[in-house]
Design a protein around this ligand. Structure first.
Ligand SMILES: N[C@@H](CCC(=O)N[C@@H](CS)C(=O)NCC(=O)O)C(=O)O
Length: 214
């Protein structure tokens, strides 16, 4: 069996769906978590050794590094049987994750502004003018796919890596109070997330993992 080493920070973030693919497939891996600073293994020392200067990075057999979370997940999903049942499903899973990545630009804008301590009026402007419109368009797409598909999954009739990526981001949005109790689409997506999170072989991991804000 190949030796896998997944390196990321001590967060769910961009590495969490890959971690979930290892758990789902019962594949051992080295879950390396790099401290941001003040340590022998600190990020400043490691950054220049990574292919694109960012984490996560998946190393396989000590021979090659794969950067970019979507490339890592797609690679593992193909190996472990979560990429989709045929080429069409694989393309659909890729498209859904690409759509999520478009939305994540607005998501990051809001998170980074909050972390930078921007004043409340600036944060509200970002929320109402950038984040909410992007979220609403993205949620409309997800809800439409789930209604049309009827299986409870985004692609075909089974779990794919796209479900892991989308459900984990919905979890972050819920923690950040970006899902409204009185909004039907938000509640549909919350139920969808709960279904994905209750997947056997994932429940234990979710119950015991370190649950960070994102
Ligand atoms: N598009 C990349 C984004 C990765 C990314 O933003 N990584 C951040 C942490 S969440 C990082 O490495 N930051 C440190 C840096 O850029 O120096 C992916 O999907 O993997």
């Amino acid at each position: 069996m190949p030796q896998y080493k997944l390196t990321y920070f001590d967060l769910r973030g961009w590495a969490e769906p890959a971690r979930q693919l290892f758990h789902l497939s019962h594949t051992p891996y080295d879950d390396v978590r790099v401290p941001m600073a003040d340590s022998e293994r600190s990020w400043e020392k490691l950054k220049d050794t990574t292919p694109f200067g960012q984490l996560p990075v998946l190393n396989v057999d000590g021979k090659f590094d794969i950067p970019q979370s979507a490339a890592i997940c797609r690679y593992l999903a193909r190996k472990f049987g979560y990429a989709g049942k045929d080429e069409q499903e694989e393309a659909w899973a890729d498209a859904i994750v690409d759509q999520y990545k478009d939305f994540s630009v607005a998501f990051k804008t809001l998170i980074f502004a909050a972390r930078a301590g921007k004043p409340q009026d600036e944060l509200l402007k970002i929320r109402y003018e950038i984040f909410n419109p992007s979220r609403d368009a993205y949620f409309g797409i997800l809800d439409g796919i789930l209604k049309k598909n009827k299986s409870g999954y985004l692609v075909g009739d089974g779990l794919t890596w796209a479900d892991l990526v989308i459900a984990d981001n919905l979890h972050s949005l819920e923690k950040l109070k970006a899902l409204d109790d009185d909004n039907e689409v938000h509640q549909n997506l919350k139920k969808y997330k709960e279904k994905i999170y209750s997947t056997p072989d994932l429940e234990d991991h979710i119950a015991t993992r370190m649950d960070t804000e994102v």
